[in-house]
Ligand binder design. Structure first.
Ligand code: GLN
Length: 222
């Protein structure tokens, strides 16, 4: 069977460990560099990207992680995990010494943190999500019910980065729309080769298909 690590420094790693177990794979919390050995994939959870960044550097995990990601280790990042996989942050936080937060990189995207604004920091909406055909019913592919908690969006995608889901702008005729976005759709899920990232948290809703997609990517089935 597959052995999937979940970076367990901060954030909602327990929910991801559970979501991975539901796919039938073995799930292991990762806190030390040597625990990266023998993994078939890794999940970077939601939480606080600045905290995970600092702890990863303090525990000497950041450099080995960067090397593994660059070397082809499949990684799925949700929310803070998406930020940590991004090559660029539009609005990086700085610490008290003025040093900007760092990422592990690997995904050629620019993210904006806490992008959906203060009034609507957290919201839920249904998304069309590409690549979930394996879950199709006679009515097509059921939408993904997505929970956003101070999530980022993707402002730029580089070459080879596929857009899997977007939050559509508000329709004035549907005042109940969860997100009053002006103008254009916002990218909230992407894939590039062995890397998958979502702005939202499938691990908190019982939505199993995103983790299943990740397992299929690892198996070469997606
Ligand atoms: N806003 C957080 C960050 O910048 C992400 C929030 C989350 O993971 N739910 O890291």
């Amino acid at each position: 069977g597959l052995r999937i690590g979940v970076l367990a420094l901060q954030g909602d790693f327990r929910e991801h460990l559970h979501a991975i177990e539901l796919t039938g794979a073995e799930a292991v919390g990762i806190r030390r560099p040597e625990e990266l050995d023998g993994l078939d994939g890794l999940v970077i959870p939601g939480g606080e990207s600045t905290a995970i960044d600092k702890l990863a550097r303090a525990f000497d995990l950041a450099e080995p992680l960067k090397e593994r990601i660059a070397g082809g280790l499949p990684v799925y990042g949700s929310c803070a995990g998406m930020i940590l996989l991004a090559s660029d942050i539009a609005d990086p936080a700085t610490d008290l010494a003025g040093a900007p937060q760092q990422t592990f990189g690997g995904l050629d995207i620019t993210v904006r943190r806490n992008a959906f604004g203060r009034q609507r920091e957290s919201f839920e909406t249904d998304l069309e999500f590409k690549g979930l055909d394996f879950s199709a019913t006679e009515n097509g592919v059921p939408p993904v019910h997505a929970v956003f908690i101070r999530g980022p969006w993707v402002e730029r995608v580089g070459t080879g980065v596929e857009i899997l889901a977007q939050v559509e702008p508000a329709d004035p005729d549907h005042a109940s729309h969860a997100v009053p976005l002006p103008g254009t759709a916002r990218i909230v899920a992407v894939r590039s080769g062995h890397l998958l990232a979502t702005s939202f948290h499938p691990e908190v809703t019982g939505e199993k298909r995103i983790h299943e997609l990740f397992i299929r990517m690892i198996r070469g089935e997606a």
